[in-house]
Design a protein around this ligand. Structure first.
Ligand SMILES: Cc1cc2nc3c(=O)[nH]c(=O)nc-3n(C[C@H](O)[C@H](O)[C@H](O)COP(=O)(O)OP(=O)(O)OC[C@H]3O[C@@H](n4cnc5c(N)ncnc54)[C@H](O)[C@@H]3O)c2cc1C
Length: 412
């Protein structure tokens, strides 16, 4: 790593040494471009280091249109070119060529065999260095202007001039890792539209005393959905749900945070018996009530649910001390609703400080999907989370950062 010193000039300057910036710098340098990669923090790739609980979920095994759909219809269509040109299988080969084999784990996630995010970061740094890119850390870009030669950048280490500029400054969540939204300002000043930004992949705040009392419980068999005010389902997730003292966390609730933030709050629907239709469950309960009359209502609830949760559901349905022989049709209906259609209001997530990604960013309408070039400013490229792109938990965010970063590097 070097420092800037006097005015510096490069063919390509990449701002931000995260996943997207490292990919962009590597692929630009591999084309024999003189590349400077600028990082404001003393260390590059801090998000890579903390990702996946320190293990880095690098990508996914999903592919083709199934992969694209994970990002939603509009964003998935924009990403089609980048993802088909650099799909997860190619990312896996790339890491193998950099000395880091990946292996598949639950939910189609790919992690380094070594289980160390540091190995992922070191491989990316090695790849960029071997390709010929020069990394400058502690170098914060404060201003970006167009110039006769391309771009003039003001940094805390002096001026830098570039023929082509790749912005890979990430979003505005987890600001400790250097992502304070600087790229949004640079892009706006250069004439781009930046859509509203929201915290996504964040724990949810639920203001319900009964739910907070369940903190520490994990449910792996439930389904959670976020609903429109009309009751229409926006998104459904069947992944682990963790009850916390703030509300709900874990992969399924976190995947819904962006939808809730975008709507300024929404209702969640919890289904603790998602494999059985309501009518079928009702019939099963009727049969059980005939043979288990002396047992309490709690005996009807799925055994795989933690006991504290079963008790809470019975309390919500006001059948806590009712025996099966006494259980009326109305009481059974209330318990069915608590188990299959429990609605809780969620007004917000825990916000940007706890969000793994930012939803919103540089408008995709103004970026070429095949090169990541700006349609408004010649020789400007944007990639990674700075763009209006986000995916669910599962390696999708690194995958889009690598794929868009690579295209920016190959085109700049
Ligand atoms: C706790 C956590 C866990 C995660 N786990 C996973 C996971 O396992 N799998 C997955 O796919 N995704 C995960 N993500 C999301 C993933 O980390 C991001 O989507 C991804 O890092 C985005 O890459 P990027 O290169 O676009 O931006 P970033 O990685 O955020 O990099 C942007 C870089 O730009 C630098 N920068 C910003 N402004 C300037 C400036 N003015 N001058 C110079 N440098 C600047 C920043 O310091 C930063 O290093 C996780 C995120 C978090 C917070």
């Amino acid at each position: 790593m070097t420092s800037v010193g006097a005015d510096r000039t490069a063919d390509v300057v990449v701002v931000g040494a995260g996943a997207a910036g490292l990919a962009a710098a590597t692929f630009a340098a591999a084309r024999s471009r003189r590349v400077l990669l600028l990082e404001k923090k003393p260390q590059p790739g801090l998000k890579i280091l903390i990702s996946g609980g320190g293990r880095c979920n690098v990508t996914t095994t999903r592919s083709g249109s199934d992969l694209e759909q994970q990002y939603g219809m509009v964003r998935g269509r924009f990403l089609r070119h980048a993802l088909r040109a650099f799909p997860p299988v190619a990312v896996r080969e790339w890491f193998l060529s950099l000395g880091v084999p990946l292996q598949e784990e639950d939910l189609e996630k790919l992690f380094p065999v070594s289980q160390k995010a540091r190995d992922v970061l070191e491989a990316l740094l090695r790849g960029a260095r071997n390709a010929g890119a020069e990394l400058i850390t502690d170098c914060s870009v404060t201003e970006v202007r167009r110039s006769a030669a391309g771009f003039a950048l003001t940094t805390n280490q002096g001026a830098i001039h570039a023929s082509a500029l790749v912005l890979a400054t990430g979003g505005r969540s987890y600001t400790k890792t250097g992502t304070t939204g600087d790229g949004y300002r640079f892009c706006t000043e250069l004439g781009h539209t930046v859509t509203a930004t929201f915290a996504a992949l964040a724990p949810l705040v639920v203001d319900a005393a009964w739910l907070r009392e369940l903190q520490g419980i994990v449910v792996t068999t439930a389904e959670i959905a976020v609903l429109e005010s009309s009751g229409k389902v926006i998104r459904t997730r069947r992944r682990p749900i963790l009850f916390t003292h703030h509300g709900l966390s874990g992969p399924a609730p976190m995947d819904l945070a962006g939808d809730i933030e975008e709507r300024n709050g929404a209702f969640l629907r919890l289904d603790f018996a998602p494999d059985v239709a309501r009518e079928e469950l009702d019939q099963q309960w009727l049969n059980m009530a005939r043979t288990l009359g002396r047992k309490r209502a709690e005996a009807l609830l799925p055994r795989e649910l933690p006991e504290r949760l079963r008790v809470a559901l019975c309390e919500l349905a006001l059948v806590r001390d009712v025996t099966l022989a006494e259980l009326t049709k109305d009481q059974r209906a209330r318990l069915l609703t608590a188990v299959k259609d429990l609605r809780v209001r969620c007004d917000r997530s825990r916000g940007f400080e706890h969000a793994e990604v930012t939803r919103g960013g540089v408008s995709l309408d103004e970026i070429s999907a095949s090169t990541m070039a700006s349609k408004l400013v010649p020789n400007l490229f944007c990639c990674g989370e700075l763009l209006d792109l986000d995916g669910p938990i599962g390696g999708f965010n690194f995958q889009s950062a690598f794929a868009t970063g690579r295209l920016a590097g190959m085109s700049s």
